[in-house]
Design a protein around this ligand. Structure first.
Ligand code: PRP
Length: 182
């Protein structure tokens, strides 16, 4: 079991800074989609915390659902092979779609998801992420709503896990190197 205090090196983005970011993106998204049919799709698992905060910062009507994806094991994470584990059954024709992620790293997951959702004939597909690591990109990806750009460090909290734990830490924290290099 992880130690939620001693395994942490430092807070990278505090919950207060995250709240500011959520407010800013929520306002931008509300202004951009006002009067338009909007479906917000949260990507499980990591995206669930940001999703819950973001939809409450959007003051226009919307439908929401969750989708779940996973890459085929650690060695194939870089291959871009993504498996859809849970789909949404909301019809997307004639609606705008906003995908909500916790973090974008290589960009492979979002490239796959965007293409898959575009095939369902929505009016548009855009991407919102809480955190972005552009340094790690393997494929070019346009991020429409980028919360906070972060350096390439092992981060946990605010939905992000290490070994399936630590998603419930309210701040975004850097994990001690000794934890994952054991
Ligand atoms: C993370 C994150 C994205 C993906 C981003 O999910 O939530 O879905 O990785 O990485 P990429 O840009 O390199 O594709 P993860 O696979 O850790 O699953 P989880 O959200 O269930 O923890």
């Amino acid at each position: 079991m992880r130690d939620m205090v001693n395994d942490i090196e430092r807070v990278l983005v505090s919950k207060e800074e995250i709240a500011e970011m959520v407010k800013r993106l929520g306002k931008q998204i509300s202004d951009d989609y006002r009067g338009q049919p909007l479906v917000v799709l949260g990507v499980l698992k990591g995206g669930f915390v940001f999703m819950a905060d973001l939809v409450r910062a959007i003051d226009t009507p919307l439908e929401l659902d969750f989708i779940a994806v996973s890459s085929y094991g650690a060695s194939t994470k870089s291959s871009g092979v993504v498996q859809l584990r849970k789909d949404s059954d909301i019809p997307l024709t004639g609606k705008h779609v906003l995908i909500v992620e916790d973090i974008i790293d290589s960009g492979l997951t979002l490239t796959y998801l965007k293409e898959m959702l575009e095939a369902r004939n929505p009016l548009s597909v855009k991407i919102a992420t809480a955190f972005d690591k552009p340094e790690r990109r393997k494929v070019p990806l346009h991020v429409d709503y980028s919360g906070i750009v972060i350096p390439d460090e092992y981060v946990v909290g605010y939905g992000l896990d290490y070994d399936s734990e630590m998603r419930n830490i309210p701040d975004l924290c850097v994990l001690k190197r000794s934890v994952y290099e054991k």
